[in-house]
Design a protein around this ligand. Structure first.
Ligand SMILES: [Zn+2]
Length: 299
């Protein structure tokens, strides 16, 4: 029966093309997964082999889309992979821009300026402050200082920042990001020159004091991150030179609720075991598979 055959073969094709995949899988479905990750801006080879780098890209993708971060490609992850692609954060149109311009290309410009450490708002409005940042950037790069963003300035803006941006500083109100939107938050110190959103910092400091009494040293190596810091880490990650980092604007580090805690020895360490047994009482959970150091305040 031709009609039945046609239906059956369509179903078979659509089922077999998106099977649940995890690290260790091989074959055409893995190649398809890798092609889709690449199309979304993730740096993976299309070799049909689901190795650690593909797994890291899957986790980054899941984190960026608000999915549960388990590195396993099931129906929800496939659905998001097959959804129309948002432009990657550092690409997009690069028309010549000057003060008074508005729109997505200006937002892209402002994101790039932030990635290079300039403190401008990403509001799509090329005002005097953005113009001042452009002139300062041009001066720093030896370009003609005219405040107009043409091909040469774009080329330098889209290059990798040469040095890490200055770390976040604490105190009053800072620009946090939640799901890509800027949200003012207040951060407080958690020691070691790092900061968390004040409620998370208070909980962390209580936890740290109790851990110290148990002989466990909780040291934060990365807490709240500015947009420039996240962009920098994300660029390193995309180039295969850094740890998994979420798309800028989408990291819980940017909302000030995630802390990377030094756990020498990883999952087997006494620090990790103490956290596993106690952190939940202070509101912290270890919520990224494969990262024993990453703890998020969920209260
Ligand atoms: Zn982290």
């Amino acid at each position: 029966m031709p009609a039945i055959t046609a239906v059956r073969s369509t179903q078979t094709r659509s089922l077999s093309s998106t099977p649940t995949l995890r690290q260790g899988a091989r074959g055409p479905a893995v190649s398809q997964l890798q092609s889709k990750l690449k199309a979304k801006g993730f740096n993976v080879s299309v070799d049909g082999d689901f190795g650690p780098k593909t797994a890291a890209a899957v986790r980054a993708f899941q984190q960026s889309r608000g999915l549960s971060v388990d590195g396993v490609v099931g129906p929800n992850t496939w659905a998001k992979l097959n959804a129309a692609s948002a432009p990657p954060p550092s690409s997009g149109a690069t028309p010549t821009l000057r003060q008074g311009a508005r729109g997505a290309a200006v937002s892209n410009l402002q994101n790039r300026l932030r990635a290079h450490g300039y403190n401008v708002s990403v509001d799509g409005d090329f005002g005097p402050r953005t113009a001042a940042a452009v002139r300062s950037f041009q001066r720093a790069k030896g370009l003609g200082v005219d405040g107009v963003v043409g091909p040469n300035t774009w080329a330098r803006l889209n290059g990798t920042p040469g040095a890490a941006p200055p770390p976040a500083t604490g105190g009053a109100r800072v620009n946090g990001y939640i799901n890509g939107r800027a949200v003012p938050i207040t951060v407080s110190s958690v020691g070691n020159g790092k900061f968390l959103r004040t409620d998370a910092a208070n909980a962390f400091n209580r936890m740290r004091a109790d851990a110290a009494r148990a002989g466990i040293n909780l040291s934060v190596v990365s807490g709240f991150r500015t947009m420039a810091e996240q962009q920098y880490l994300y660029n390193l990650y995309l180039q295969g030179r850094g740890n998994l980092a979420a798309r800028p604007g989408y990291s819980n580090h940017q909302s000030g609720i995630s802390a990377d805690i030094s756990v020498p020895g990883g999952y087997g360490s006494s620090t990790y075991r103490w956290l596993q047994n106690n952190a939940r009482r202070y509101g912290f959970v270890n919520d990224v598979a494969g990262e024993p150091w990453h703890w998020t305040y969920r209260s």
